[in-house]
Design a protein. Structure first.
Lengths: 221, 215
């Protein structure tokens, strides 16, 4: 058999394993995305609070997350918690690390969207008798959502790509699966090209979905 | 409790030095590659546009760790023996290049077409327009996102440890395997990364506020 045919047969034989790894990658993303979105939302009020200590503490957390590598954060959770007597699974540690990091990025995304809406709109809404909550809900939030969607989609794509780091603590997701297959065969580059394609499909589908949502929302407003 | 960190600090600082060198090389060469590709994407050549667009799309859609593995395995597959720092470093340069190319391209395209028409009507040629009209303004727009992409690249040098590159994070794992002092060592390592990254972060924030055109 020539090289192309051999490679095709080999990759087809490995496809079920890669697919299983891919599904775990999807699982990690599906677990981490809602947690990161929620953490970002939870941090939004303290991040924009009037009280300076509250605000500084939140900024401190965000800066710590932004200026240290996610891999080291995951190691700290995975190797550090057993020292304290907790033994969460590799999957849990990975999801927690990713959510803690991306929650910090998302709160800044949300805040930038909200602050991009002019102060005058808030004042106008208050002047026609809306209370602060109503003004936020009916005037600020819908417009901010529109501006947040683009950066939010980008951030979630980064999150999906970051799930590959969980391979470093031994979760059998897509990248790990690729590594394991290579250790037992010689076709190393081909396997990682296939792994890359799986990621590319996942991230471009999410990217396309976000562009679609953006268009739909833009039509409504 | 943090004696173990103090005792191993010299070893960690050696690792930090490697991280710094790797960062300087990756950010320098990756930015250079990306700016070149970004400018190429704004030329009239259809081929150049398609190639750069494809490059940006593919690289931005896959994890840097996977690109590092590809760099690691690609050279031996073609019968080449390359130092692991070069192989994984090149992978990171190519990866950062894609992000920088997109930043450069969109910064150049954000210059209003009217300015280019005006420059042409004054008799300026394309290279002169690029040098004197487009790039000075585009640089101002691109500087904050470029600093942010550099920050990301510095943090991503730690992922090279997964492929087997000895740097700060790898050194930390060695120490933790020996001493089991995961908390102290990884917190210390986070502090070292913070010291490297925070100035970049501050520079990015400063340029976002000062250099961006106010709307």
């Amino acid at each position: 058999m020539d090289y192309a045919a051999q490679t095709a047969v080999f990759l087809l034989a490995q496809f079920p394993k890669l697919l299983a790894g891919f599904l775990i990658t999807v699982g990690i993303s599906a677990a981490a995305i809602p947690l990161a979105l929620a953490l970002g939302l939870a941090l939004l009020a303290p991040r924009m609070a009037k009280s300076r200590p509250v605000r500084s503490a939140t900024v401190g957390y965000v800066d710590l997350m932004r200026n240290t590598p996610l891999l080291v954060q995951i190691y700290l959770i995975y190797f550090g918690l057993p020292v304290l007597g907790f033994f969460p699974s590799e999957f849990t540690c990975g999801v927690a690390g990713i959510a803690l990091q991306h929650g910090a990025f998302l709160v800044e995304t949300y805040r930038a969207g909200i602050e991009s809406i002019s102060e005058r709109q808030r004042e106008a809404a208050r002047a026609i008798g809306m209370n602060r909550f109503t003004a936020f809900r009916l005037v600020i939030l819908p417009q901010a959502m529109m501006r947040i969607l683009g950066p939010l989609g980008n951030q979630l794509i980064v999150l999906i790509k970051d799930t590959s780091l969980v391979s470093a603590i031994g979760v059998a997701e897509l990248t790990m699966t690729g590594k394991v297959i290579i250790e037992r065969s010689a076709a190393s580059v081909e396997i990682f090209v296939a792994v890359a394609l799986f990621y590319l499909v996942l991230t471009s589908v999410l990217g396309a979905a976000f562009r679609l949502i953006e268009h739909r929302v833009a039509e409504r407003i | 409790m943090f004696n173990v960190l103090l005792g191993n600090l010299p070893y960690l600082l050696q690792g930090a030095l490697v991280t710094l060198w790797l960062s300087v090389a990756v950010v320098g060469l990756g930015t250079l590659l990306g700016v070149g590709m970004g400018i190429l994407a704004t030329t009239r050549s259809r081929v150049a546009q398609t190639v750069v667009t494809g490059y940006i799309f593919v690289l931005r859609g896959i994890p840097v760790l996977v690109v590092m593995f590809l760099g690691y395995y690609a050279f031996p597959a073609f019968g080449l023996r390359v130092n692991i720092y070069v192989a994984v470093g090149l992978a990171q340069i190519v990866y950062l290049g894609a992000f920088v190319a997109e930043i450069t391209r969109s910064a150049i395209l954000s210059i209003p077409a009217g300015q280019i028409a005006a420059a042409r009507s004054l008799g300026m040629r394309r290279p002169a327009i690029l040098r004197q009209v487009i790039l000075p303004q585009a640089t101002r727009i691109a500087i904050a996102p470029l600093l942010n992409s550099a920050l990301t690249a510095v943090k991503q040098t730690s992922y090279a440890s997964v492929v087997g590159v000895w740097e700060l994070t790898y050194a930390a794992r060695e120490i933790v395997e020996r001493t089991l002092a995961a908390f102290q060592i990884f917190i210390g390592v986070m502090a070292i990364y913070f010291l490297i990254c925070y100035p970049l972060s501050l520079a990015a924030r400063w340029s976002e506020n000062r250099l961006s055109f106010s709307h």
